[in-house]
Ligand binder design. Sequence first.
Ligand code: SAM
Length: 250
Amino acid sequence: RPALYVVATPIGNLRDFSARAREVLAQADVIAAEDTRVTGQLLKHFGIGTPMVSLREHNERAMADKLIARLAAGEAVAQVSDAGTPAISDPGAQLVAAVHAAGYPVVPVPGASALTTALSAAGFTCPHTLFYGFLPPKRKQRQDALAPLAALPYVVVFYEAPHRILETLADLVEAFGGDRTVVLARELTKTFETIRRAPLAELTAFAEGDANQQRGEFVLLIDAAPAATADSGEAGEHDRVLAPLVAELP
Ligand code: SAM
């Protein structure tokens, strides 16, 4: 039946490619891929011969029209990005919106995402998470983006490119303070996977001291502002209500 299948691919370890994802890609009439060379290698590895078209940010709108015409002709369209889940800091959302608007089903085929993979291994008990994605590349803009995040009662998750990791850590120390707990999740599901949880200042020193830790792909997760935990708990609420009453007692 005509539908857009939004298919997650592995973020490193090829054994994380689900059986359903492989089946959907094999049976689709066309695969819209971020980079057809990258996806071509994956498909080849799994013996999948479905034809591909390229879906990039600059052609996403025009390509959406073409793919909707194929849905209208009764075809099944699959969408993938280079790695992980499409439309999360990756192209894809415009196509998904266009398919909704055209009235065809959108079927997610879930799998790996660096976001959920890193969060699952971070050990933060705060139940609220803000996924920020990539920070701006320029320092001033990055600092401006970080400033309002520091006091939020949420875990904040950033994607980061390898060449900027030390600069970003320095800016995070400045915005969140050196004592705030951070988790650095590097090369997830790959051979040199490193997941390290420490205060920001300590983690920065660790990354600065080892060039290997500056290579690869990273997710940085910052724990929620400490006041948030104290104020939002039941004890915090009791204090808030009881303190003024106690003050009134003779
Ligand atoms: N849509 C993808 C997802 O949800 O996993 C993310 C695509 S985004 C263009 C690429 C960024 O995701 C990298 O710069 C890094 O921050 C993160 N990432 C992807 N794979 C990773 C991995 N194996 N380990 C750590 N971070 C990863």
